[in-house]
Design a protein around this ligand. Structure first.
Ligand SMILES: [Mn+2]
Length: 623
């Protein structure tokens, strides 16, 4: 009996052991497959890890694999209410979320308002994260937007062939409802056959709601495989997270979207159509503004939009479409209304764009050693143009984006990743013009975190890219170069006292009074002026004008410059005096202290307060 008992259990134990071994074997194979996949797709896995070491991130040997990508869980079927599956905790949470949404609220992209306690909760959360998350939770994930497109767009026949798109959306602690609205609106507005997949890359979010609950939502609310979540266990920053998403993508076209967008009707077709026409065109939709407080979808009307520019300090800015570009459009867009013609853009904002997937890799994807956030958009912009591609705004494609007043979260160690990344960009792409960048950002000139850019310089050589000079001349000729075509540039300093012209860090988006301040040790952004060959006294964006007034003091107002220099006010630099030609008055700091506004006064050849010198002069022009 005992013997038989033993033998019976022995068999069971043997069977269990065999089953266990087999089970483990299958697991190992799966892990290996994943591992191989990761290694082969992480082309620069070595340099990638190295760079993290160089940046001094804690990265012990034991967590060598901590950033491996987790595969999304297999798709499951919809929960079956009859079998009680709906009692899963996430299901009830999701049903509760849905029950809080008010049908019709915010529809047509209209502003929405909360009342009572919800309104107060909304105001509280807004103060913290610069976004009314409470209101977002009361809006349907599928709220409608009005069609803001140019009427001509509706008459276009787009031929996208069999091109498919993968949308890559990275997020870090994004409000759950905002992220889901981004996903739903993309699916609702991008034709099903065209939209291959949406890849969500979780860049190490700590918000629990974005983990299992999000996975569950995706598994139960979207068709299998339509939405994929890639999770990075460690926070890698925007650039590396996007790369991780792009590696998983299988669509022909990559569309990068921020995690707080609402896509508008028909936005996909014009993008794919244009890429099918021209695979080296990198496309930007018109980016409309969704108000972070009331979620109103705002446009500038269907005709007017801006394109991307940059400032010498390495920041992106919005600029008007140039006259030159209008003329180019007249040449190339003979069949369509000029208002909807693809519009060349010197740079792009970087959050939202579409690019042929193979071209993305061919042209150097991203600089993987860029950390955190920022600067990658200008890097990609200059690279695309200098290496033979184009950046174009596609007016018939519109996507709303929530713009916030401040960054709701910080990057580890509070590093200025935008500045450091921009310096990496400048070292590779700006040639000698990097000096102007460093004049604006002297703090970055010897920054220890910039690291090595050799492999990006090699990429530039390999792709035989053109010079930054070529870029400025051909793609962005309107851009003012503070050291080109000038009589002098640098600090405008008093000959006899330690006093310099200074913009006093005023908002340069509107006119402001020019001031004086004690001279900085080196040229700094606030004291950087140029006197051009056409006799305009200016800084990067504004030109010096004399305020109209009947009585003194006559102050100097910096106003945005006209593209045509004939319309800008002129200054004559003679015998160390700066004379305003229109009024015949001279720049004078008599009786002024630092922080005061500078003025002009009747010229006096013996005045010590009217004598000025400028740092760098072109001798052939100077008196
Ligand atoms: Mn954004």
């Amino acid at each position: 009996m005992l013997f038989r008992f033993r033998s019976f259990y022995g068999k069971i134990i043997t069977f269990a052991l065999v089953a266990l071994v087999f089970f483990l074997y299958i697991k190992v194979i799966q892990v290996d497959e994943q591992g191989n996949n990761i290694v082969s797709s992480f082309e620069n896995v070595a340099s990638f890890r190295q760079s993290r070491h160089r940046h001094g991130t804690k990265n012990s040997e034991s967590n060598e694999n901590e950033n491996e990508i987790q595969r999304p869980p297999p798709p499951a079927h919809k929960p079956d209410i009859d079998t009680g599956e709906s009692y899963l905790p996430y299901e009830s949470e999701i049903l509760r979320d849905l029950s809080r949404q008010e049908p019709g609220l915010g529809d047509n992209g209209e502003a929405a308002y909360l009342v009572g306690e919800a309104r107060i909760r909304g105001e509280e959360i807004y103060k913290k994260i610069a976004l009314n998350e409470e209101l977002s939770e009361h809006l349907s994930y599928n709220r409608t937007l009005a069609d803001y497109r140019h009427p001509q767009c509706l008459k276009q026949h787009y031929n996208t062939g069999d091109l498919t798109a993968s949308i890559v959306i990275i997020f870090f602690n994004e409000p759950y409802s905002v992220l889901l609205r981004t996903v739903h609106s993309s699916i609702n507005t991008c034709n099903g056959n065209m939209l291959k997949q949406i890849i969500l890359v979780d860049d190490g979010s700590t918000n629990e709601e974005l983990h299992d609950k999000l996975d569950y939502y995706i598994r139960t609310r979207f068709p299998p495989g339509k939405v994929i979540v890639v999770r990075l266990k460690n926070r890698l920053g925007l650039i590396r997270a996007r790369l991780a998403g792009a590696r998983v993508a299988t669509g022909d076209v990559l569309i990068f979207l921020d995690a707080h967008c609402e896509a508008n009707i028909g936005w996909c077709e014009p993008l794919l159509h244009r890429i099918r026409e021209s695979r080296t065109s990198v496309l930007v939709p018109i980016i409309d503004v969704i108000d972070a407080q009331d979620f109103k979808y705002n446009t500038n009307g269907y005709k007017s939009f801006q394109v991307g520019g940059f400032q010498w300090s390495g920041h992106f800015d919005w600029i008007s479409v140039s006259e030159k570009e209008r003329r180019r459009q007249q040449r190339v867009c003979k069949d369509v209304d000029l208002d909807i013609c693809p519009t060349w853009s010197p740079t792009m904002a970087g959050g939202l764009f579409a690019i042929d997937r193979s071209y993305f890799w061919e042209v150097g994807s991203y600089d993987e050693q860029m950390d955190g956030w920022g600067g990658e958009n200008l890097e990609m912009s200059f690279r695309i143009w200098q290496c033979g591609g184009t950046i174009e705004t596609i007016p018939c494609s519109r996507v709303g984006h929530i713009f916030r007043d401040f960054h709701p979260y910080k990057f580890p160690n509070n590093r200025d990743t935008h500045g450091i990344n921009t310096a990496r960009m400048a070292l590779v792409w700006m040639d000698d013009y990097i000096n102007i960048f460093f004049l604006n950002r002297p703090d970055l000139k010897f920054h220890p975190d910039i690291g090595d850019v050799t492999h990006r310089v090699m990429l530039r050589k390999k792709l035989r890219c053109k010079s930054f000079d070529w870029y400025l001349e051909n793609i962005y000729p309107e851009k003012f170069v503070p050291t080109k075509n000038v009589i002098a540039y640098g600090r405008v300093r008093s000959l006899h006292e330690n006093i310099c012209l200074d913009d006093l860090q005023q908002n340069n988006e509107k006119p402001y009074n020019l001031g004086v301040y004690s001279c900085s040790k080196d040229i700094s952004k606030t004291q950087f002026f140029s006197l051009t060959k056409s006799k305009v006294l200016r800084n990067e964006l504004s030109c010096a004008t004399v305020q109209h007034s009947d009585l003194p003091p006559f102050q100097i107002v910096m106003t945005s410059c006209f593209e045509n220099d004939d319309h800008n006010e002129k200054w004559q630099y003679l015998g160390n005096r700066l004379r305003h030609i229109l009024t015949g008055l001279c720049l004078d700091h008599r009786g002024l202290h630092q922080g005061d506004y500078i003025q002009v006064a009747p010229c006096d050849p013996y005045s010590r307060t009217q004598s000025w010198t400028i740092d760098h002069g072109d001798d052939s022009y100077l008196p």
